[in-house]
Design a protein. Structure first.
Length: 92
């Protein structure tokens, strides 16, 4: 399963702010982490947060695109659309 995330580093707290859609109608999950975007700290915090919310191991969540961008693409093993909806609500 692939998941697109818009990450806000140094967001003051760790949490998921819900779904949004871009101008072309593609959905993404808005996530904030307290970590700074230095040496991959924010990306590592994102992976931990997503893994915890979905109830999977950290090793099941991989960053496949957007390592230095705000919009990131994650690949998550062992998760289906229903699991995403249960953890984060329905997509727009």
């Amino acid at each position: 399963m692939f998941l697109t995330v818009r990450l806000t580093p140094r967001g003051g707290r760790e949490g998921v702010d819900g779904w949004a859609a871009d101008s072309e109608g593609r959905s993404y999950l808005k996530v904030r982490v307290a970590s700074a975007p230095v040496e991959g700290e924010a990306n590592a915090a994102l992976i931990i947060l997503i893994a915890k919310r979905l109830g999977v191991a950290k090793s099941a969540v991989r960053l496949t695109a957007g390592a230095t961008a705000r919009l990131k693409r994650l690949e998550i093993d062992g998760v289906e659309e229903a699991d995403l909806e249960k953890a984060f609500g329905p997509r727009p």
